[in-house]
Design a protein around this ligand. Structure first.
Ligand code: SAM
Length: 256
């Protein structure tokens, strides 16, 4: 039964993909994001999850490396990324891949079965994050978990931007956010506030990856070999010393 409480998502997913492909440094961030999520799964001892919904897997589905025996549903609105995931997982019978946005999917879904939702690097791109979170919440059993990853607006590189008068304050939209049609950015407290408003309670929070400069600058340093693979590992390993000012927020919440 369609649910008209949720706004239809009119984003041009193919144009988005072209911009995303042109975005430097994101592919490197993706590898560290997966590493961090694996560490979180171990830390909070989330080893056994039967039904998982991954929203917006992009190039970087967690089904490739985590919870290999679970039943997965992947929602990917971009046609090209959908096709890529279908090909990538053609031999995995426990993975169902749907070419839908989360708004389309939840508008049609009455009951549900998911024990875990993965929303990694997607929330800040949605037209109405609170509507989407409420829709997800409505369709989850009590006690289900959701892992959210978003860029951190308190990241060191944004603090630099403010000091250098490039950004008015840490909440201001950066040029990358404008290019990527990103509507909102979050600190730990504003993210938690939004999730509580949607009916979730936070059970674990962390930040990861020391990013002293913009994506563009970081990629230039990688291209000119000023930043090597070992240096990138150090920036990841140094995260403990820079919390809560690392590049990304990782928050695990539970439906109450
Ligand atoms: C930055 S990528 C994140 C990829 C991956 N999850 C990661 O963490 O690296 C954003 C993904 O969200 C997808 N996406 C954007 N809007 C969406 C929506 N309304 N519903 C579901 N997925 C969406 C994009 O197509 C893309 O696959």
């Amino acid at each position: 039964m369609p649910d008209d409480r949720i706004k239809v998502h009119n984003r041009d997913h193919e144009a988005y993909l072209r911009d995303f492909d042109a975005l430097p440094f994101e592919r490197i961030m993706e590898t560290f994001r997966v590493k961090k999520i694996k560490e979180i799964a171990l830390t909070i001892q989330l080893t056994d999850v039967s039904e998982i919904l991954e929203i917006g897997p992009g190039y970087n589905s967690l089904a490739a490396t985590l919870w290999q025996n679970s039943q997965w549903t992947l929602l990917e609105p971009s046609k090209d990324l959908f096709a890529l995931n279908v090909k990538k997982f053609e031999s995995r019978t426990n993975i169902q891949i749907l070419n839908h946005s989360l708004e389309e999917y939840f508008a049609a879904l009455g009951e549900n079965r998911f024990e875990m939702v993965l929303l990694s690097s997607v929330l800040h791109e949605l037209i109405s994050p609170i509507d989407a979170l409420r829709q997800i919440h409505r369709c989850l059993p009590v006690g289900s978990k959701m892992l959210i990853v978003v860029p951190n607006n308190q990241s060191v590189h944004r603090q630099f931007g403010v000091t250098l008068d490039i950004l008015k304050d840490t909440n201001s939209q950066t040029s990358t956010e404008k290019m990527m049609q990103q509507k909102a950015n979050y600190s730990i407290s504003s993210l938690e506030e939004l999730l509580v408003l949607a009916g979730f309670k936070s059970i674990y929070t962390s930040t990861s990856f020391v990013k002293p400069h913009t994506h563009k600058q970081m990629q230039e340093w990688v291209d000119s070999k000023r930043l090597l693979s070992d240096d990138l590992d150090h920036l990841y390993n140094l995260s403990f010393a820079f919390h809560p000012f690392n590049a990304e927020i990782f928050m695990m919440v539970e439906k109450v």
